[in-house]
Design a protein around this ligand. Structure first.
Ligand code: ADP
Ligand code: MG
Length: 405
């Protein structure tokens, strides 16, 4: 049986003096697992990673790497033997994997919360149900599961975006649908799997809020992130006092906390919002999606906040106190996709030396062995005393690396 979860506290401890070393596990060894492992190790924990890839970024730097699939019974048994608590870096881990581990080991976030984030149909229904308390609802949408659903789609949803209910990320599994006539063929192109059809909203801006919630229900938040996406992939995040109007900031934070509370959520949760023109003609919020884990838009917190999203993941998992993070400096985060390793089709090494000569630049490379177009290889956070200065440096970084030219 796992320890009583309500009173679970796992302090860092080492074998030599205190018996078994305190070990935190993570399902998935990508960049989010990598930065979680780094935060955990910095605080004195040992770490274990489950990932089938021999070269996964987190697996390569962890005390234990179980190289196996997420439903491999032997590997799960090994994880539960070695780990005192387990978290996940991605939402598509099978629900029964979390349930199996939870029989012996504290697991956060819990399987039921991850299941909500895995399926856009369930997720949107949850947003609709929590809108009464959160004050923020989903974008107008319809669910497509059978042929007969096609005819029931209201015209007002077009132009629309068709999204597969499951397994979408970084804009994958999505198609623009201009009109009702184009819907059937778009659905066919997505193999007629269950989908949601969303009204394409004219976006004033996009923002996200990361909250961390403890087993006792304490909840803290990072400052609101202002995000820019290019072709469905996050390109840039800006965080500074006043990046969003104060009333929208307060509403986004409040809604994110309420969505976490309604889920009974434990761990780090990211809530993505769209800023759209409301019925009253003023900017308002709708909720886009949640991620049951740290998020790309929170990477800036490693340098720009006194508690990062990954430290919060460690704290929630280990049952340590949560403290409200403070923003130490305005920040711009730029994503580094595999595209910048290519010059007219030839592989090249980006000019990191030039980038690192600029003030306030924090380079993160995740150690992925192969650069591919659209693949997240790293990011750069730029901190400065004033946001204008951070933007100026970001502009220089972009021109050195050829980002979005
Ligand atoms: P993913 O799971 O790939 O992050 P999202 O649903 O967040 O998928 O979509 C990725 C991006 O595409 C969003 O951040 C936004 O820029 C754009 N987008 C998605 N849905 C809509 C919509 N209904 N209206 C306008 N833009 C949208
Ligand atoms: Mg998204």
């Amino acid at each position: 049986m796992p320890p009583n979860p309500d009173h679970f506290v796992l302090l860092p401890a080492f074998a030599a003096t205190e018996g078994r070393p305190a070990t935190l596990g993570v399902l998935g060894g990508g960049q989010l697992g990598f930065m979680f492992v780094q935060a955990a190790q910095r605080m004195g924990y040992r770490t274990a990673v489950l990932d089938p890839d021999a070269n996964s970024p987190a697996g390569l730097v962890s005390h234990h790497h179980f190289q196996a699939g997420y439903d491999d019974a032997q590997a799960l048994a090994a994880m539960s033997r070695v780990c005192d608590a387990v978290t996940t870096e991605f939402e598509n881990v099978p629900a029964h994997t979390l349930e199996t581990l939870a029989k012996t080991t504290p697991v956060s976030p819990q399987a039921h919360a991850v299941a909500v984030a895995q399926d856009r149909v369930v997720e949107k229904a949850h947003f609709q149900a929590s809108a009464a308390s959160s004050g923020v609802g989903p974008v107008p949408y319809a669910v497509l599961t059978t042929d007969s659903d096609l005819a029931r789609v209201p015209d007002a949803l077009f132009p629309a975006i068709l999204k597969t209910a499951r397994m979408g990320y970084d804009g994958k599994g999505q198609l623009g649908v201009a009109s009702a006539e184009a819907l059937a063929s778009a659905w066919q192109a997505l193999q007629q799997v269950p989908c949601v059809l969303e009204k394409r909203m004219p976006l004033i801006a996009e923002c996200s809020v990361l909250v961390a919630r403890s087993r006792q229900g304490d909840c803290v938040n990072l400052p609101v992130q202002l995000n820019t996406h290019v072709e469905g992939i996050l390109a840039r995040t800006e965080v500074f006092d006043g990046n969003l109007a104060p009333d929208l900031t307060a509403r986004a934070v409040d809604a994110a906390k309420k969505i976490a509370r309604e889920l009974g959520y434990v761990g780090v949760l990211c809530v993505e919002f769209f800023v759209v023109t409301g019925d009253d003609g003023k900017p308002g919020l709708v909720v886009n999606e949640i991620a049951p884990r740290p998020h790309n838009s929170g990477h800036y917190s490693i340098e720009a906040c006194d508690v990062s999203q990954f430290s919060l993941q460690v704290r929630t998992l280990a049952g340590l106190p949560l403290v409200q993070p403070r923003l130490l400096a305005p920040a711009v985060m730029l994503n580094l996709l595999g595209d910048i390793w290519f010059n007219s089709g030839e592989l090249r090494t980006p000019e990191w030396d030039q980038v690192l000569a600029l003030p306030g630049v924090h380079l993160h490379l995740y150690g992925k062995l192969e650069a591919r177009k659209g693949r997240k290889m790293g990011h750069i956070t730029i901190t400065a005393t004033r946001i204008e200065d951070a933007r100026g440096v970001a502009q220089e970084v972009q021109s050195i690396l050829g980002l979005w030219h």
